[in-house]
Design a protein around this ligand. Structure first.
Ligand code: A3P
Length: 335
């Protein structure tokens, strides 16, 4: 265990020793990896995150930057594409020819790369596939920049909302957990014998990267009325795509015709999205980073969690959600 505070990154950091935290070791299919808890909210990260955290926290922002910020598996990818198309005057040609991960890079990705084939040069493989990849490359991107992050607002630059526009997306944590479980499976990050029941235990005990879930969501919810923040729910976006497209366009001060809205809604439609090579990360499957028996764009359903929770888990989840929402005015729109 280790505690550090620095001027560059004013958060207490606790390095987790897997011997002292056997439940983490039990979950992961990797004995080497260490984790850390960061700040008073005890955000959980692979230890490598600490090498990037200060440069992210202190990165220079530009007034025309756009961030999509989410807890993982909350509909980040579809929101990135929607925002990018709206902000780039429906440039489908570029959207098709340039991977979303290049148009809209994932800020903290280099510190999240845990398991890639031939670990030593894994980052080299990723570099060929994903440009920009490093914080320096993100810093050098031409304006306007579009940046994805799963970091909670408190770990992003403190002037984020005053300087840039932020779209935050929240999703029912039960669906997030199922989606995250399949994501970890896709990346071979969990022990194969771990079933969803096992995974849910780790999810609610905040041993999942970027968790605790509710701290993450509630931080953003508190800022939802900031003029530079648009707070959306996955369930609302997917239920009424045209309305959500219009809301995004209004937020960015863009005029969008009914025809453009309908075209974008069709582009965002789950079945079309799943086939879209610019967003579906199939290339990671082609080189073996993702397993071949799964898919990044998976089911795209709200309420699919019901197939994974038995009565006891459902009751526990209700209790966990109620406990975390106590004293807040946050409510899921669909519950
Ligand atoms: P499921 O695993 O439940 O299917 P993220 O982009 O944050 O990783 O979120 C991934 C989740 O969003 C996955 O959920 C994925 O299938 C879903 N998703 C991606 N594109 C979508 C779309 N166009 N419509 C509905 N859901 C979509």
């Amino acid at each position: 265990m280790d505690c550090k505070l620095s001027k560059d990154f004013p958060f207490e950091v606790v390095i987790l020793n897997t011997k002292e935290n056997p439940e983490i070791k039990d979950y992961l299919d990797d004995d080497q990896i260490s984790f850390a808890r960061v700040g008073s909210k005890r955000y959980f990260f692979p230890k490598e995150f600490l090498t990037l955290a200060p440069s992210i926290y202190n990165m220079a922002l530009r007034s025309d930057d756009t961030f999509v910020v989410t807890f993982p598996k909350s509909g980040t990818t579809m929101t990135q594409e929607l925002v990018w198309i709206v902000c780039n005057n429906s440039d489908y040609e570029n959207a098709k020819s340039t991977a979303l991960s290049t148009r809209f890079p994932f800020l903290e990705l280099p510190s999240m790369v845990r398991k890639v084939p031939c670990t030593e040069n894994g980052i080299e493989i990723l570099k060929k596939l994903i440009v920009p990849l490093t914080i320096k490359e993100v810093e050098e991107m031409p304006s306007p920049r579009f940046i994805k992050s799963h970091l909670p607002l408190s770990l992003l630059p403190p002037s984020l909302l005053d300087k840039t526009k932020v779209v935050y997306v929240a999703r029912d944590p039960r669906d997030v957990a199922v989606s995250y479980y399949y994501h970890d499976k896709l990346l071979n990050l969990t022990k194969p014998e771990n079933d969803f029941k096992h995974y849910w235990k780790y999810f609610v005990s905040d041993n999942i990267s970027f968790g605790p879930y509710f701290e993450h969501v509630l931080e953003a919810w508190k800022k939802r009325n900031h003029p530079n923040m648009l707070f959306l729910f996955y369930e609302e976006i997917t239920k009424d795509l045209p309305r959500s497209i219009q809301r995004v366009a209004n937020f960015f001060g863009k005029t969008i015709s009914d025809d453009q809205v309908n075209k974008l809604a069709d582009h965002m439609d789950f079945d079309n999205f799943k086939k879209n090579k610019s967003v579906n990360k199939e290339s990671l499957q082609d080189i073996g980073i993702f397993r071949s028996d799964g898919a990044f764009i998976r089911k795209g359903k709200s309420g699919g969690w019901r197939d994974y929770f038995d009565a006891v888990m459902s009751a526990q989840a209700d209790e966990w959600i109620a406990k975390n929402l106590q004293g807040t005015d946050f409510r899921f729109p669909h519950c």
